[in-house]
Write a protein that binds this ligand. Structure first.
Ligand code: S0N
Length: 274
């Protein structure tokens, strides 16, 4: 049985739940009636919650999941699929889930997908872009794009191929089959499969293990793993982290101090390591 935890709400939204427990922020897509399909509003809310996760030092690990026991996320909400994207309350078509994908990848903290049922279409891509995926035994994975008139040729294809290989990624997209949690595990698409009633316990355990480790080391590893795949954008992020680290040194402080004190910087007092 799952351990009872006192998750505390962080902020109230319409389509998602956002709560906190001992260093872990949990974002739950809360549209079980539609198998947790997302609309532009859902994506906007997840994006906002991810920003809070980035800015809040007490949040060390982020968990993304879906409400109920049937679905993690079934992708874009077909009811609002229009020409040019998914149409929100303002009548404007958007593909703003793509911004969420980028945010998950660039968040300098680990993100775990807690896959509690169907991860389908754009919902499958969401778990793919998370750092780790832990699935319940009843989870089902798959892309549907070519069957329902959509596709994700970005992370949803290229990053998927880096995970499962080119042949398997093409199979997943071209045939639009569904795969069991065990099949997903066998192809390296998820990190672990557990009984449904152990899912949250397992995720919390993984999060707590990571929280015992150096946050900066985790951040740099994530940036490095991304940079290898993301070209200039990935290098830009890794370089930003390097700059942040440099600014923490006395050497970097000396440059600014010398400027303000109208003197030459004394670079010689800093170590020049081989
Ligand atoms: C998930 C499935 C397999 C679950 O089957 P099950 O358990 O038999 O339930 P159903 O009876 O089918 O569903 C229950 C109710 O939920 C509604 N529903 C389910 N999925 C959706 C959905 N995606 N949108 C809207 N409603 C949904 C059902 O209609 C049903 O309602 P009622 O009771 O009224 O009949 C099964 O439901 C399924 O196959 N769902 C569709 C999954 C799918 O095809 N998803 C892909 C959607 N498209 C994308 O994700 C586009 C890709 C994308 O996101 C993207 C890509 C690139 C760039 C941008 C984007 C972007 O969108 O932003």
């Amino acid at each position: 049985m799952t351990t009872e935890r006192q998750w505390k709400p962080i902020r109230t939204y319409q389509d998602i739940l956002f709560d906190f427990y001992e260093g872990i922020a949990r974002i739950t897509i809360n549209r079980p009636r539609y198998r947790n399909a997302f609309t532009p509003l859902t994506a906007q809310e997840i994006s906002n919650a991810l920003l809070v996760c980035r800015e809040t030092p007490e949040i060390r690990v982020v968990v993304l999941t879906g409400a109920g026991d049937k679905a993690f996320c079934s992708g874009g909400d077909m009811h609002v699929k229009g020409r040019g994207g998914y149409v929100g309350g303002d009548g404007v078509p958007r593909l703003n889930i793509l911004d969420v994908q980028k945010q998950i990848r660039s968040l300098p903290k680990p993100v775990i997908a807690m896959v509690n049922g169907y991860a389908i279409g754009g919902g499958h891509v969401l778990h793919v872009v998370c750092d780790l995926s832990i699935a319940s035994e009843n989870a089902i994975f798959g892309q549907t794009g070519p069957r329902v008139g959509s596709f994700d040729a970005g992370f949803g294809s290229s990053y998927l191929a880096r995970i499962v290989g080119q042949k398997k990624a093409r199979e997943i997209w071209f045939l639009c089959r569904q795969y069991s949690a065990q099949e997903a595990l066998d192809m390296g698409l998820v990190n672990k499969v557990v009984p449904a009633d152990r899912l949250e316990d397992e995720v919390v355990e993984w999060a707590k293990t990571m929280m015992q480790h150096s946050p900066l080391a985790l951040r740099m590893i994530k940036a490095g793993l991304n940079a290898e795949l993301d070209g200039q954008a990935g290098i830009q992020e890794l370089a930003g982290d390097a700059t942040m680290l440099y600014y923490m040194t006395d050497e970097a402080q000396e440059g600014g101090k010398a400027f303000l004190e109208k003197r030459k910087p004394e670079w010689d007092k800093f170590p020049f390591l081989p």
